[in-house]
Write a protein of this length. Structure first.
Length: 616
């Protein structure tokens, strides 16, 4: 019989079949995970930079907003891309090979479409060839008043052309020319041949420069830089004003020709009549760059640092200068009491070894010459300054006159605050507020190019009385300048300026009390190599190099304040510089620039002694 024998056979066949297939019913973990993964082609170009397949979905093909959202997944990134995509006409252009490349370059920001809001390229020269100003710099134009470039993910990088305010002309920049604030750039347009802009050539003087400050000049120029005719050297007024001056006998004072009989570092000059007053004015001649003569040897310098010198010779006539020169640089609460301040040793150690960012609170009365220039309306800190006698204040010319910042102040616009330590509050008992009646800006001050000769004098309406907190600083002699103005020697800068670089005018970071910092003098070649601004011998720079461990700099609000050094041989403090300009605050490879005060002492002497009392 068949039926009884068929069941065991069927069961046996089922068992054998189950045994053969058992290993393939359950997949291992690696194979099982692959079941849930869809196959995707290899990424190309943008695909490794962003999630999804941007290249395939939106570059090689036209995508809609929903497809873009799937690529980027995050709403903010989606909207940023979609704005560029529309500007670049990515949703309109046919997908020919040339159009695909154009869309790709446009979205990457290498070329512009429309107003150029998408542009992220590196062009930094305007259509006329002017170099662009760095977006984070405040010189020569105050960018921070319009744009906050410190925002995260800001498109305002370096000094590259951008269009942050959606101008119809396209990408633009602030220029490094103080006379031209903004200018449109020539940047690549998507799908068009690009001709790069060229840098405008620097102005070249056809005339030869005069060596030795023009002492040997014997030409026939008899009109000054400001157009005033020179007076005869033999005129009664010129003879009277020249009496007692240390003129060089070899310089022949012929007729009314421009000459330099006193070796003024500003070059040839003459007497002129302005508004009924006889004064001096400089002549329009080109001087060769001529560093400070290093006549003293290292041996002489070392000896002069340790030996007490003869009594100081007065530089100024007290009748015009006022009182204070005999006691300058000696602080009533320190040198007068044979005391040093807590940080002074750092300066002296640097001598033996050969706006304030990163500074410290100054001790009370440790800078009694420090002055605050204060605007009457609106009432606010304008600049720093220094007291050089009971009648005269020294500051930077750009604090008074700088058209790119709408500065052109008169004596009625400014008050002088002395004896201050706390920035904001009135310090009853120590502080004095004084009006000024005259402002004298150096006639050769060059705000249009590089702030050369950045110096101004302010005359107090009434002499100030010296106190423990109010005392004058000394002005440098040639001997002091030759010894102290040495690479690596440190000076002290003080002020109430920003504690850190900030580019939002509403978030100034001002200190509570006076700040001070010690900065080493930098060699002139390094200074010149650190900037595209023309650096002259009327300037020096100071600060720490990128490889130095220490940091620090002057910053916005410190302008016009003093750079002082202590002369150990006399136990006195001298002002060697005036805080002038810089490119940012405490940036690697950038330094603060200062007016070289000794080089301008002849001018100071002339104008203070009323041979130049007009408001220049």
């Amino acid at each position: 019989m068949v039926e009884p024998t068929s069941k065991p056979v069927a069961l046996l066949l089922l068992f054998l079949l189950h045994s053969c297939l058992a290993n393939h019913v359950f997949l291992n973990s690696q194979l099982a995970s692959q079941v849930l993964v869809r196959n995707r082609r290899a990424n190309q170009l943008f695909e490794e930079l962003k999630p999804g397949n941007l290249e395939r979905e939106c570059i090689e093909e036209i995508c809609d907003h929903e497809e873009a959202r799937e690529v980027f997944e995050q709403p903010d990134k989606t909207e940023k891309f979609w704005t560029k995509y529309i500007d670049c006409k990515g949703n309109q252009l046919s997908r020919k090979s040339v159009n695909i490349n154009t869309i790709r370059q446009c979205i990457a920001g290498h070329c512009i479409s429309g107003k150029g809001m998408n542009y992220e390229g590196h062009v930094n020269i305007t259509k006329s060839g002017r170099q662009c100003q760095y977006w984070k710099h405040s010189f020569p134009h105050p960018i921070m008043r319009e744009f906050n470039v410190s925002e995260p993910n800001s498109i305002l990088k370096e000094n590259f052309c951008r269009n942050p305010d959606n101008r119809p002309e396209g990408p633009w920049c602030y220029t490094q020319d103080p006379t031209v604030q903004k200018e449109t750039c020539r940047v690549p347009k998507c799908g068009e041949v690009f001709v790069p802009p060229t840098v405008a050539p620097r102005r070249i003087h056809n005339r030869d420069c005069l060596p030795r400050y023009g002492v040997d000049y014997s030409g026939n120029l008899d009109v000054t830089l400001r157009g005033y005719p020179c007076l005869q050297w033999s005129s009664p007024q010129a003879v009277a004003l020249s009496r007692g001056k240390e003129f060089i006998p070899e310089v022949m004072l012929k007729d009314n020709k421009c000459r330099n009989p006193d070796k003024d570092l500003e070059g040839p000059w003459c007497y002129v009549e302005v508004s009924g007053n006889v004064t001096i004015d400089y002549c329009d001649v080109e001087l060769c760059e001529d560093p400070l003569e290093a006549e003293a040897t290292g041996e002489t310098q070392a000896r002069e640092r340790s030996v007490i010198t003869a009594p100081r010779k007065a530089l100024f006539n007290p009748q015009s200068f006022g009182q204070g020169e005999s006691v300058c640089g000696e602080r009533p609460l320190f040198e007068k009491k044979s005391k040093t301040d807590a940080k002074e040793h750092e300066l002296l150690e640097s001598y033996r070894e050969s706006r304030i960012v990163g500074g410290d609170d100054a001790e009370v009365a440790s800078a009694p010459w420090q002055v605050m220039l204060y605007k009457r309306s609106p009432q606010e800190l304008l600049c720093g300054a220094s007291l050089i006698s009971d009648q005269w204040i020294l500051t930077a010319a750009h604090c008074i006159l700088y058209p790119p910042w709408n500065k052109n102040f008169t004596s009625d616009d400014i008050l002088v605050r002395l004896g201050k330590h706390n920035r904001a509050k009135f310090e009853r008992g120590t502080e004095k507020i004084v009006a000024i009646d005259e402002i004298i800006v150096h006639p050769k001050y060059n705000w249009m190019q590089n702030l050369n000769r950045d110096i101004a004098l302010l005359h107090l309406r009434r002499p100030v009385t010296f106190t423990d907190e109010i005392a004058p600083i000394c002005l440098p002699t040639k001997q002091v300048a030759q010894i102290l103005m040495t690479e690596g020697y440190k000076g002290r800068v003080s002020g109430w300026g920003n504690l850190k670089e900030t580019w939002n005018p509403l978030s100034r970071n001002l200190p509570t009390v006076l700040q001070q910092i010690h900065l080493p003098i930098v060699d002139q070649d390094t200074c010149r190599g650190s900037t595209s601004v023309k650096v002259t011998d009327n300037m020096f720079c100071a600060g720490y190099k990128p490889e130095d461990e220490k940091r620090g700099d002057a910053c916005e609000g410190d302008s016009g304040g003093p750079f002082v050094m202590k002369y150990p041989a006399e136990n006195r403090w001298y002002q060697m510089g005036i805080v002038s300009w810089g490119e940012g605050c405490d940036r690697d490879g950038k330094y603060g620039f200062y007016t070289h005060l000794f080089r301008l002492t002849k001018w100071l002497k002339k104008v203070i002694e009323k041979t130049g009392g007009d408001d220049a």
